[in-house]
Design a binder for this molecule. Structure first.
Ligand code: GRG
Length: 303
C-alpha cells in the first residue's frame, strides 16, 4: 500500500537522514577541533551546530539545487552556510536578553554550557563564517552568482528578515499582535531564511524567475505552516520529545496563532498552508516530490 501523505515516506526519511549526516560532516570540516588559545570559541561553535537539529533548511537547499542539476558539492556549501546562520539565530535567541532558555535540542543552551559572552561570540562567528563560505570560488565559479547568494542571505537574515522579525517578536511580549502582525513577524523571522534556502538552488542553477518565485512562494507558505505548528507544539509538546519546556510563548506574554485563533483553527490553517505550499511546486511537474512531502512533514513534527 502506498504511504498516505500524512506519513513520512521511506524516501523522505532517507533523504532527511542523509542531509543530517551530510551537514554534520560539512560543519565538522568547517569547524575542526583546535588547540588555539581561542579554542573555547570553536568548541562553543561546534557545540551549537553539531549533534541535533532537523537540518530542514539544508534539506531545502539540496532539494532545490537538485531541480536545476547543480553540483551537490556546491549546494552542500550553501546548505552548511545557511545552517550556520540558523544555529547563530538559535544561540542568540536563547540568551538571557532574549528568550532566556536553558535547554535547546534536549541539551543545555550554549550560554548555559559555556557563558554568555562566549555564546554571543559563537553566534557572531557562525554568522560571519556563513558569508565567508558563500564568497569562496568553491561555492560557484561565477562571481555574479556568489554575489547574488550573499545579497539574498543578507536580505533574509538581516533587518528586512530574521533580525527584524526577532525585534517584532520581542515587541510582541508587551504589545498585543493581531493575526496580520503575527503573520508578518513570522514571515520575517523564520519565513525569509526558509525562502532563501529554497531559492538558493535556483540561484546556483541560474534558474529563471518563474522557478525562483515558485520556490520562494512555496517556502513562505511552508514557513507559516511550520510556525503555526510550532505554536501548537508550544502548548502541547512533551518537553522530552521537543527538547525544550512547554508554554514558553504564554509565559512570555506573546500573541501566537494559537492564542488568537485557538488550537483547532490553527491546525486547519497549517494544513491549508501546507496544501497551498505544494500547489506552488506544480511548475516542476512532479519533480519536486521531496519538497512536496516536506510540507506535510512539518505539520507532523514533534520537535
Ligand atoms: C536572534 C537574530 C536572532 C534571530 C532569532 C529564528 C529565530 C530568530 C529564533 C528561533 C526561535 C524559535 C524557537 C522560533 C520558532 C521556530 C524555529 C525557528 C524553530 C527552530 O527551528 P527548527 O525546528 O530547529 O528548524 P532545529 O533544532 O531542528 O534546527
Amino acid at each position: 500500500m502506498a504511504p498516505s501523505p500524512r506519513e513520512t515516506s521511506p524516501e523522505l526519511k532517507e533523504a532527511l537522514e542523509d542531509t543530517v549526516q551530510m551537514v554534520d560532516k560539512a560543519i565538522g570540516r568547517l569547524l575542526p577541533e583546535t588547540d588555539l588559545a581561542e579554542a573555547q570559541l570553536y568548541d562553543a561553535m561546534r557545540y551549537g551546530t553539531l549533534a541535533g537539529g532537523k537540518r530542514l533548511r539544508p534539506f531545502m537547499v539540496m532539494q532545490s539545487a537538485k531541480l536545476f542539476n547543480v553540483d551537490p558539492a556546491r549546494a552542500k556549501r550553501v546548505a552548511a552556510a545557511i545552517e550556520l546562520v540558523h544555529a547563530y539565530s538559535l544561540i542568540h535567541d536563547d540568551l538571557p536578553a532574549m528568550d532566556n532558555s536553558d535547554m535547546r535540542r534536549g541539551k543545555l543552551t550554549v550560554h548555559r554550557a559555556y557563558d554568555e559572552a562566549t555564546a554571543i561570540l559563537a553566534g557572531d562567528g557562525l554568522l560571519t563564517m556563513a558569508f565567508q563560505i558563500l564568497t569562496e570560488p568553491e561555492t560557484h565559479e561565477d562571481p555574479y552568482v556568489r554575489c547574488a547568494l550573499v545579497a539574498a542571505l543578507a536580505d533574509a537574515a538581516g533587518p528586512h528578515g530574521m533580525v527584524g522579525g526577532q525585534m517584532l517578536d520581542l515587541i510582541g511580549e508587551t504589545t498585543e499582535f493581531d493575526l496580520g502582525s503575527i503573520s508578518r513577524m513570522q514571515r520575517m523571522k523564520t519565513g525569509k531564511l526558509m525562502a532563501f534556502s529554497c531559492e538558493a538552488g535556483a540561484i546556483l542553477g541560474k534558474a529563471g524567475d518563474m522557478y525562483r518565485r515558485a520556490l520562494t512562494s512555496y517556502a513562505y507558505d511552508l514557513g507559516l505552516a511550520f510556525q503555526v505548528t510550532d505554536d501548537i507544539l508550544d502548548v502541547e509538546a512533551d518537553p522530552n520529545e521537543s527538547g525544550k519546556p512547554a508554554n514558553q510563548d504564554d509565559k512570555a506574554g506573546k500573541s501566537t496563532f494559537v492564542s488568537t485563533m485557538g488550537k483547532e483553527q490553527a491546525r486547519q490553517r497549517a494544513e491549508m498552508l501546507a496544501e497551498q505550499a505544494i500547489r506552488h511546486l506544480h511548475v516542476f511537474q512532479g519533480r519536486a516530490k521531496m519538497l512536496e512531502e516536506l510540507a506535510y512533514y512539518v505539520l507532523r513534527r514533534r520537535a
